[in-house]
Design a protein around this ligand. Structure first.
Ligand code: GH3
Ligand code: MG
Ligand code: MG
Ligand code: MG
Length: 310
């Protein structure tokens, strides 16, 4: 797909695409600004330092980067952006008056996606930028699809595994508690038997939506763990906090008022939840936390369902 087709099929979530033009000569910036201003939001920087700040604050979708600049050079800007996980996926095109092949090869070795010589030809620079933006959008899209559950649109198991490892390390480093809430729909086999698999799927979608009420902080994550089980990662939340959130989720599911005539826990769709909390240290593993939450979930089922155990 080219850029137009991609943008039409998958509109960019936050307004127009942003292109950062970096050059110590304002006249060079002007030329590129004229090429792109109708179509993209053009961000500008006249030094390497400024370019790094703009990247950190505004996350451009692509960068046109001059090589020779006083202070931090284009190569150094590239090296630093590639070393930072937040910025390493932003495509960089070097724009330079140095025409030697060795220079071009060096740019590619540093992780640039393309190399354009000055004076730029507007048609060529525009075509190359569009090609790389289309590739960038496709790879962003693939990455996000690979992390999302197709039915409920919450994070999938793959994303959960990744996020749990990250939260574990962060809480280990900071000596903070990490809570997991594992939950499972009550008597869902009977729900499918009574209302059909299609309505079962719709029920899972509605429940996933209601569970979102239990999330508060930017690093909280709700994922579909598998089948009709979901899991929440709550970094920095202690057991009391996790119990509050679990109660919010339990009530939000009840509040959907989805009829379930064959549930042993009442006549509405409900969930059972198990909580485990610990301050990560090297004697435990993320798997042990999950196993502890599963144990509590089992208890919640045993004690009659539609409840939270910790
Ligand atoms: P319990 O209260 O003990 O959890 O009883 P349960 O019937 O929910 O038992 P269990 O967790 O073993 O049953 C899981 C059921 O969930 C069986 C399976 O058919 C159903 N299920 C799993 N994934 C899906 C799905 O994607 N869509 C639908 N419609 N049903 C699913
Ligand atoms: Mg220069
Ligand atoms: Mg289950
Ligand atoms: Mg179940």
């Amino acid at each position: 797909m080219n850029l137009e087709q991609l943008l039409e099929a998958f509109p960019h979530p936050v307004g127009p695409l942003r292109i950062l033009v970096v050059d110590d000569q304002p006249v060079n910036i002007r030329v590129l600004y004229e090429v792109f201003r109708g179509e993209f939001e053009v961000l500008m920087a006249t030094s390497g330092e400024q370019a790094l700040t703009v990247c950190q604050e505004q996350r451009p979708d692509i960068i046109l980067l001059d090589v020779v600049m006083p202070g931090i050079s284009g190569h150094e800007v590239c090296r630093r952006l590639k070393a930072n996980p937040d910025t390493r996926d932003i495509p960089i095109i070097f724009v330079t008056s140095q025409r030697e092949e060795a220079e071009e090869a060096r740019g590619f070795e540093m992780g640039a996606v393309d190399f354009i010589t000055k004076p730029v030809n507007p048609v060529i620079v525009s075509a190359r930028v569009r090609t790389h933006l289309a590739l960038k959008l496709q790879s962003d899209l693939l990455r996000s699809i690979a992390m999302i559950d197709g039915l409920t649109k919450v994070a999938n198991r793959r994303k959960f595994d990744e996020a749990l490892a990250i939260s574990w390390r962060a809480c280990l480093r900071e000596g903070r508690p990490l809570s997991l809430v594992l939950l499972d729909l009550d008597c869902f086999k009977q729900y499918n038997d009574r209302y059909g698999h299609q309505q079962g799927d719709n029920c899972l979608i509605a429940v996933a939506g209601a569970l979102g009420h239990g999330l508060r902080r930017p690093h909280d994550l709700l994922a579909r763990y598998g089948g009709e089980e979901f899991v929440c990662i709550l970094p920095g939340t202690d057991v009391q906090g996790a119990m509050q959130r679990a109660e919010v989720m339990r009530k939000a599911v009840r509040a959907l008022e989805l009829e379930h005539q064959h549930s042993t826990a009442g006549l509405l769709v409900s969930i059972s939840l198990g909580i485990a909390t610990l301050i990560p240290d090297n004697d435990f593993s993320p798997e042990s936390l999950l196993a502890a939450a599963d144990k509590q979930l089992y208890r919640a089922k045993q004690e009659g369902r539609d409840r939270v155990c910790a």
